[in-house]
Write a new protein. Structure first.
Length: 155
């Protein structure tokens, strides 16, 4: 039995060369630069993603927002209540379908984005200076190709 377990582990390959682990390590290194700035502005990473999406898509329903912000719908539902209580977003029920909720950024939410954007841009520029603009763009392009391939394989 122990031999089988060892064989299974060996077939996994080195953890450091595992795609999930590599993606998590890079995400952590990037986000450790952004987290202090987000904390100073009183938003979590997930809340910031929601606000950013709403800044780009002024009137979006919950399911589209969940997909765009890469959040599970139940998490988004809880989060939007807090953002609405803070006056950063507003929600309305669709007149044609009472189950569908539409969200939009409020003036306060837009102001917060305006306040955070220069700091966020500076952090992104710092990362770009360290890694290189072309490297980052190539990585993003490659990750989009991986996503497309996995989406096509799932369909």
């Amino acid at each position: 039995m122990a031999h089988s377990s060892q064989t299974d582990r060996a077939s996994l390959g080195a953890t450091g060369r595992s795609l999930p682990i590599a993606l998590l390590r890079v995400r952590e290194k990037v986000m450790e630069r952004f987290r202090p700035m987000l904390q100073r502005h009183g938003v979590t990473e997930q809340q910031w993603r929601v606000l950013r999406v709403l800044g780009e898509a002024p009137d979006i329903d919950m399911s589209a927002l969940a997909k765009a912000a890469n959040l599970l719908p139940p998490s988004l539902s809880r989060m939007t209540k807090g953002l609405e209580e803070r006056g950063l977003i507003s929600t309305t029920r669709a007149s044609d379908d009472g189950r569908r909720t539409s969200l939009r950024l409020t003036a306060s939410g837009a102001t917060l984005i305006t306040q955070v954007t220069p700091e966020s841009t500076a952090i992104s520029a710092e990362i770009e200076a360290i890694v290189g603009r072309s490297e980052i763009q190539a990585l993003i392009d490659q990750l989009e190709r991986v996503l497309d391939a996995l989406d096509k394989a799932k369909a």
